[in-house]
Design a protein around this ligand. Structure first.
Ligand code: HEC
Length: 400
């Protein structure tokens, strides 16, 4: 295993662990907030109580503000899970997409950027995204939140479109994921943590917290809550070439993000407090509709096929093999000659006729339908060659 692959596995593993801890925590606190029991008998500074059973005993939890002298010596914060998730995510981005001459980031058949320019755009976009998002919500968040939300979603889709015009499909998806993760991390460190510090200062001084802090922090933590489902889809998206490799990849992503955030919304509003829930029909049904929008959009849009070049006549195996040797074998061989891939990716090898024939359905998917192989079209396969492979497979992928 080479150094890049080693770093890849270490960062990826850590990223997943940190991400589960961060999102898991945030979902648990969200759930707690929505299920607190708020009776009239609560003490003055109490915001609600809740009993839970877990790990062999009962937990008696109360959410409350404190009197000045009550600040405990040990107070647990939940911010490092977020930082670890973001830092390992950025490291993964560097290892997978920026190293190796940005081989995974740039697809010359999308745009022939130099590695330096591509990386500069990728990094710059993250900074600009945070600045724009933060500005929109600082200006409009208090007075016109619906407008701010609409503008933010439009900007996110605009960014998805822009990245799809600049980067390889899978990199465009991941760039949106890193962008969302960066905005969420900005929310934690620039808005939510400062609000918690202000709460601590106010408590020590025995005054009320400046409400502008807490209102903004609440708003941003709701954003983070809605962004989790879309972001988790993006983390998995590299497994789905028919989505990221499609000519409408950016639109597919927008619809899936909308559906994912919609499901999250109805899961949020289902709790009425004190353990009571909306009737199933009032939350499960609309949540299912939101899921259907996301999944339906994914299925429907990936079926839209572009008008493609047609092969001029029947294509025999000899010609199909010739194309595969020329365009695929540099990576997909027992001994690859590619400068980056020293081991056949996914164990897919096209050395023998039987190997090629066995993989025909996947060749159709990756090299004909989605054009996501050759990888970032490194071997410069032509549309005519894709059509010829398609014709060979359509006629039964026979070895003659
Ligand atoms: C520059 C190296 C490279 C070239 C050239 C290349 N591939 Fe790949 N291939 C990869 C990588 C990397 C993966 C794993 C990542 C992925 O699936 O996107 C892969 C995965 C695959 C897979 C397995 C995943 C799946 O979806 O089933 C198939 C099939 C495949 N390639 C077919 C082809 C075909 C057909 C060609 C030629 C038209 C080709 N590849 C050319 C690098 C390459």
């Amino acid at each position: 295993m080479g150094l890049t692959e080693l770093l890849d596995v270490v960062f990826r593993w850590a990223h997943l662990i940190a991400g589960i801890m961060w999102i898991g925590n945030s979902m648990l606190f969200n759930w707690l907030d929505r299920n607190l029991e708020k009776g009239a008998s609560l003490p003055r500074l109490s915001q609600g109580k809740i009993f839970m059973v877990h790990s062999g005993a009962f937990y008696d939890v109360e959410k409350k503000l404190l009197e000045p002298g009550e600040m405990p010596a040990t107070l647990h914060w939940f911010k490092w899970q977020n930082f670890a998730t973001w830092a390992t995510g950025i490291s993964l981005m560097v290892v997978v997409y920026y190293l190796n001459g940005a081989a995974f980031l740039v697809d010359p058949s999308v745009r022939a950027l130099t590695p330096t320019v591509a990386i500069a755009i990728s990094v710059g976009a993250l900074v600009v995204a945070w600045l724009v998002y933060d500005l929109v919500w600082r200006l409009l968040g208090a007075r016109m939140p619906a407008l701010a939300a609409a503008l933010s979603f439009a900007a996110l889709c605009g960014a998805a479109w822009g990245f799809s015009q600049l980067f390889s499909g899978r990199a465009a998806y991941i760039e949106i994921g890193v962008l969302i993760g960066t905005v969420m991390t900005g929310n934690v460190w620039m808005v939510i943590v400062p609000s918690q510090r202000e709460l601590m200062a106010a408590t020590k001084e025995g005054r009320d917290q400046d409400p502008s802090f807490s209102i903004r922090a609440k708003q941003r933590s709701i954003h983070n809550n809605y962004l989790t489902y879309p972001l988790l889809f993006i983390m998995l998206s590299n497994h789905f070439p028919s989505a990221y490799g499609h000519q409408l990849n950016w639109l597919i992503l927008c619809v899936v993000m909308l559906g994912g955030a919609g499901v999250r919304h109805f899961m949020n509003v289902r709790y009425l407090g004190a353990g009571a829930e909306l009737p199933r029909a009032r939350w499960l049904l609309p949540a299912a509709v939101a899921a259907a929008v996301g999944i339906g959009g994914l299925v429907g849009l990936t079926r839209v096929s572009a008008t493609r070049v047609q092969a001029s006549g029947p294509v025999g195996f000899a010609r199909a093999q010739e194309i595969i040797v020329k365009r695929c074998a540099s990576c997909h061989a027992a001994v690859p000659t590619d400068d980056v891939f020293k081991v056949a990716p996914n164990n897919v090898v096209f050395d023998s006729a039987a190997q090629i024939q066995a993989m025909a359905p996947r060749i159709l998917e990756r090299a004909v339908k989605t054009s996501t192989m050759p990888f970032v079209n490194k071997t410069q396969m032509t549309e005519a060659e894709r059509a010829e492979l398609g014709a060979w497979i359509a006629a039964g992928a026979r070895l003659e």
